[in-house]
Design a protein around this ligand. Structure first.
Ligand SMILES: [Fe+2]
Ligand SMILES: [Fe+2]
Length: 178
């Protein structure tokens, strides 16, 4: 279960690395395929929101119920909420660009940078300050209990066994950069 969370973090991190390269390209005034940015954000907004955060929420809540707060874990609930709003807002901005609405590129670059930073900070915080604490605290029964409350099997349209047509281009790009 913890392995799955780490794996998903690795996948998210690959998407963020791709976005970082796009940001650098925008800042260098190179040609940028905004559809790849849109697809990345859409993946983060839909599948990551739907399957990644909910699993973490179950784990964090379970920890709070059984081990009390360590000063960090309680605030993750709010962080997930904020990330979800941020992702949704940013998706709207990328869509506007794709619809040829006038969004100054420097404004967009700032927003993209913010988006990447917030996502990265969250990921680092979980990897460094949260998951190790949980790994240390939970016994086998705890893991069984949280597993029962989670959806563990789902078709990941980007990193799963079968890449959906919707994300094929993005998947190819991720593969190229790997
Ligand atoms: Fe999270
Ligand atoms: Fe996470």
């Amino acid at each position: 279960m913890l392995d799955l969370i780490h794996l998903e973090h690795k996948n998210i991190s690959r998407l963020l690395a791709l976005l970082e390269r796009k940001l650098a390209a925008i800042q260098a005034e190179d040609e940028v395929d905004f559809r790849l940015i849109r697809d990345s954000v859409e993946y983060l907004g839909s599948y990551s929101e739907k399957y990644h955060h909910p699993k973490e929420d179950v784990i964090y809540l379970y920890y709070l119920e059984h081990y009390g707060d360590n000063g960090n874990i309680a605030k993750l609930d709010k962080e997930h909420e904020e990330l979800s709003v941020l992702t949704e807002d940013f998706e709207t901005t990328v869509d506007m660009i794709l619809m040829d609405a006038v969004v100054p590129l420097d404004v967009f670059a700032d927003q993209l940078q913010q988006f990447i930073r917030r996502q990265r900070d969250h990921l680092m915080f979980e990897e460094r300050d949260v998951l190790p604490v949980i790994a240390k605290a939970f016994n086998e029964q705890d893991w069984l209990n949280v597993r029962e409350r989670c959806i563990l099997e789902y078709d990941d349209p980007l990193f799963g066994r079968e890449v959906s047509a919707r994300f094929r281009r993005l998947s190819e790009k991720l593969f190229e950069q790997a």
